[in-house]
Design a binder for this molecule. Structure first.
Ligand SMILES: Nc1ncnc2c1ncn2[C@@H]1O[C@H](COP(=O)(O)OP(=O)(O)OP(=O)(O)O)[C@@H](O)[C@H]1O
Ligand SMILES: [Mg+2]
Length: 247
């Protein structure tokens, strides 16, 4: 089945998935998504939170155009202006860190590349090969590769795991600044509620598989102005909504 419609829009994301089912080689079907609708405006960050295996990566793959076998409609920016950081770093092992990035962004100016490597604390690893990197470093290279594309739409699948807490917090704040300064429409998947409430303009809470939308929270305060009390209140609300979810 393939009734997906791709309509180019200026940095706006609008996803309506009626259902998505996988079929195994033995013919069994697995329903993964059911009636999931979400929209993210230009320059805003949508965050997807939901139990492991509920269908978050499946949803990002559909939005990225990597999986067109679903029932529903999709409005996303034109191809080429979209970047995705996969759950696994997926670097080419025979290319250096710099060449992994340059491959997708050959025209990215050297000055900007140096600044990006500096921000992501990758400068000392520029000429290393992926096999010489820790998983946390490899994840940062994947992030650099996505940002070097200067995307209109950025899809991030748990980009901050495998990093120590201090580094994850630093990178999250850098990412928030880049997203705000470049007005990148972003969809982030995370299991970390702290990251979710700090990053999200819209927070989408998904149920267990088949994923349905349990709740959508709108956080109106700009990321840079959220104080501890507001973050705690939103987190408590998320926990309350998750607890109310049918098992
Ligand atoms: N290509 C596939 N073929 C068959 N089943 C699949 C395929 N990809 C994913 N699944 C199944 O679909 C369900 C959703 O998978 P998905 O990777 O989207 O979950 P997720 O929410 O990203 O989980 P996690 O938080 O663990 O990353 C899982 O049960 C998974 O086993
Ligand atoms: Mg996943």
């Amino acid at each position: 089945m393939n009734d997906a419609r791709h309509v180019g829009g200026p940095g706006l994301l609008d996803v309506r998935i009626a259902h998505k089912t996988y079929r195994s080689a033995s013919g069994q079907t697995l329903e993964v998504l059911r009636d999931v609708t979400l929209a993210v405006s230009i320059g805003q960050v949508g965050v997807l939170v939901g139990p492991s295996g509920c269908g978050k990566t499946t949803m990002l793959r559909i939005i990225a155009g990597l999986d067109t076998d679903f029932a529903g409609t999709l409005r996303a920016p034109q191809r080429g202006k979209l970047a995705m950081v996969f759950q696994e770093p997926r670097l080419l092992p025979w290319r250096t860190v710099e060449d992994n990035v340059r491959l997708v962004a050959p025209d990215f100016p050297e000055q900007k590349l140096a600044a990006l490597f500096e921000t992501l604390e990758l400068a000392p690893h520029r000429f290393h090969y992926p096999g010489e990197l820790s998983l946390g470093l490899a994840r940062r290279v994947a992030l650099a590769r996505a940002l070097a594309v200067e995307p209109e739409l950025l899809l991030l699948d748990e980009p901050l795991v495998s990093l120590d807490a201090a580094m994850a917090a630093r990178l999250r704040d850098e990412l928030a600044m880049l997203i705000d300064s470049r007005r990148i429409t972003t969809l982030l998947v995370t299991h970390d509620l702290d990251d979710a409430v700090r990053m999200a303009d819209r927070l989408f809470l998904l149920s267990a598989r088949p994923a349905r939308m349990l709740a959508e929270l709108h956080i109106g305060t700009p990321r840079s102005r959220r104080d501890a009390a507001e973050l705690a209140a939103v987190k408590a609300e998320v926990a309350r909504r998750m607890a109310m979810a049918p098992r």
